[in-house]
Design a protein around this ligand. Structure first.
Ligand SMILES: *[C@@H]1O[C@H](CO)[C@@H](O)[C@H](O)[C@H]1NC(C)=O
Ligand SMILES: *[C@@H]1O[C@H](CO)[C@@H](O)[C@H](O)[C@H]1NC(C)=O
Length: 573
């Protein structure tokens, strides 16, 4: 008994001493002793608090994405949403009776593709399309009998700097057609890649629907010397702790944080990425995500993997030998030739190799960029490419912004601001947390205004409905902007492919991005905006996929934007 007491006494003495040391170490920072004491105590408390951040909310299946929150969609919106969700419906493996075993899943090494003859002949002409049949096999070499694998296909001629993205059609029986448009003369090689097996996609799909909390966010609350940090997300289970409701008044976009214990909800200072959850998948599921085994591995050809493309046939011959109507006619958004992107439809590509040409094109323009880091890349490209462009120091946090640059001589203003939550940037001040649609409502617009939007990468951990809702708000704001200020140039940058390993796949897989990208393109299709197809530009290109594509791809994207802003004949007007 006595010995126990003395043990406790030593323990308390140790606590008191460490508290004193902690206080003394902080003495020089604060002027007033009383405040200092309080401050140090609360710092200690909030540190204790922060370590509790790992105690995250537990979701049940009905509370995952708060679809019921936000503005109520109109009946047309609901119809569109249903259509969009149907259009990205992804086939999955049939329900299994035995436990999942890697051996029965798609294996790129055992799988093969075959270039099919063209109407019975091994002869191809520009203007036609090539079809390669892919037969998937499992790790035991047995053919697969269901679809759902994520495959990519491209056709390229390295010597010509030519390449184009293909379309993959899932026949849902283990066989896929890779369709490749033939757009140039010469030898061309087919490349087919398995990104994820259908079994892996099924895991990703389940994560997307059930674990939108797998990336979590946090906010710092502060008033005077009090500070606390709590967990935030688009949707938080309400039954566990009181919430602060930061739902946007204009759009109804939901956002919540747990209410700090001592502070009120108005004391939120910032927003930041909290972290990524671990142990999301079982050990067995982890086998489906192995770099070099079943993540982004090329599939070999059973015979030749290249063809020789001949010049276009003449009109008469073409008609008599045309493709059967059940063939999908491909509409790639463009292709590379001599390493530069040639968009098909709309923009006539110009090249802005001279820095002075960029400045002349953007003279008198205000370029407003909103979105994630993939458009911040464009901002950075333009600042370094325009000689007289000077970035102002707005005291913004690095990589977060907002940023602004000006070229006084050419009267160019360049601005960048990140999109609203969910955003996984390091620390964004609450006062700088804005939704794109609200920002667009604050623009006067006009022919000297260019708006550039890129919003995709931070939505991959949420169900697609969340993205549809966000794009709906942005699209409405774009329609209002184009209505009140015709001539405003709006550019949308689509999603791109990125480097994947197991960890990245669970949060940012290309499968998530592809689904979002299809929604994005469908939702902005009928609007008078320029879509820069970053997906096809990164898929067709020979350089490795990267979240932030290499400069050569960015240059092509910027050239396309500038060609849209300053078409060839614009100087004649
Ligand atoms: C989810 O909702 C369904 C239907 O509303 C209900 O039957 C089910 O019990 C709910 N599940 C949980 C975990 O609350
Ligand atoms: C949060 O606020 C919005 C807008 O005021 C409201 O519609 C929503 O129901 C609130 N959420 C909760 C959980 O109370």
């Amino acid at each position: 008994m006595c010995r126990n007491l003395s043990k406790y006494a030593i323990f308390f003495l140790f606590l008191a001493l460490s508290g004193l040391i902690f206080l003394l170490r902080n003495i020089h920072i604060v002027e007033n002793w009383n405040c200092r004491t309080i401050s140090a105590l609360y710092q200690l408390q909030s540190q204790v608090h922060s370590s509790f951040l790992t105690r995250l909310p537990s979701f049940n299946e009905n509370q995952t994405f708060c679809a019921h929150l936000g503005q109520k969609p109109s009946p047309e919106d609901e119809l569109e949403e249903r259509y969009l969700l149907d259009s990205i419906e992804w086939p999955g493996p049939p329900p299994r009776s035995t436990p999942l075993s890697l051996r029965q899943t798609s294996d790129p090494v055992h799988s093969l593709f075959t270039i099919l003859p063209n109407n019975g002949r091994r002869e191809w002409h520009v203007g036609e399309q090539l079809e390669a049949l892919v037969q998937m096999h499992d790790f035991q070499g047995r053919p697969k009998h269901y679809g759902g694998d994520l495959l990519l296909a491209r056709l390229h001629s390295p010597g010509l700097g030519a390449a184009v993205a293909g379309t993959v059609v899932d026949h849902k029986n283990g066989i896929y057609s890779a369709l490749l448009p033939l757009l140039w003369v010469g030898s061309a090689q087919v490349e087919v890649t398995l990104v994820h097996s259908s079994e892996a996609v099924a895991v990703l799909k389940q994560l997307r629907e059930e674990r939108p909390d797998r990336v979590f966010f946090k906010s710092l609350f502060r008033l005077g010397f009090l500070s606390e940090t709590t967990v935030c997300n688009m949707c938080l289970p309400a039954d566990q702790q009181p919430l602060c409701n930061y739902t946007d008044l204009y759009t109804g976009e939901p956002w919540y944080c747990y209410k700090p214990k001592m502070l009120s909800c108005d004391t939120r200072i910032n927003h930041a990425k909290g972290g990524y959850l671990k142990h999301l998948i079982t050990n067995k599921e982890a086998l489906l995500f192995q770099s070099g085994v079943n993540i982004k591995v090329q599939i070999h050809a059973s015979g030749a993997d290249s063809i020789n493309v001949l010049p276009p046939k003449d009109k008469f011959e073409e008609e008599s030998n045309s493709l059967s109507p059940d063939h999908i006619q491909l509409t790639p958004s463009g292709y590379y030739f001599e390493d530069s992107w040639r968009p098909l439809g709309g923009v006539l590509m110009r090249h802005f190799d001279e820095p002075a040409a960029i400045a002349l094109c953007l003279r008198n323009k205000v370029i407003n960029m909103y979105g994630d880091s993939t458009v911040r890349q464009w901002f950075e490209y333009l600042i370094t490419s325009i000689p007289e462009m000077k970035e102002l120091n707005l005291q913004s946090p690095k990589n977060v912004g907002p940023f602004m640059a000006v070229d006084i001589n050419h009267n160019i203003i360049l601005k960048y601001r990140c999109h609203g939550p969910p955003i996984r940037f390091s620390t964004v001040l609450s006062s700088e947390l804005r939704y794109i649609s609200n920002e667009l409502d604050g623009l006067s617009g006009g022919p000297n205004t260019v708006v550039v939007l890129s919003i995709w990468a931070h939505f991959s951990t949420f169900p697609v409905e969340v993205y549809v809702r966000r794009l709906r708000h942005i699209r409405r704001a774009v329609v209002r902007l184009l209505g009140r200020a015709p001539g405003t140039l709006v550019v949308i940058r689509s999603a791109n492919l990125q480097a994947l390993d197991q960890e990245v796949s669970l949060f940012n897989s290309d499968w998530f991005s592809l689904q979002l990208d299809m929604v994005l393109k469908a939702m902005f299709k009928s609007l008078n905006v320029l879509m820069v197809d970053a997906w096809e530009m990164s898929l067709a290109h020979h350089l490795p996929h990267a979240l932030h594509p290499p400069p050569v791809i960015v240059k092509n994207m910027i050239d396309m934007v500038l060609s849209y802003v300053c078409p060839e004949n614009s100087s004649l007007k």
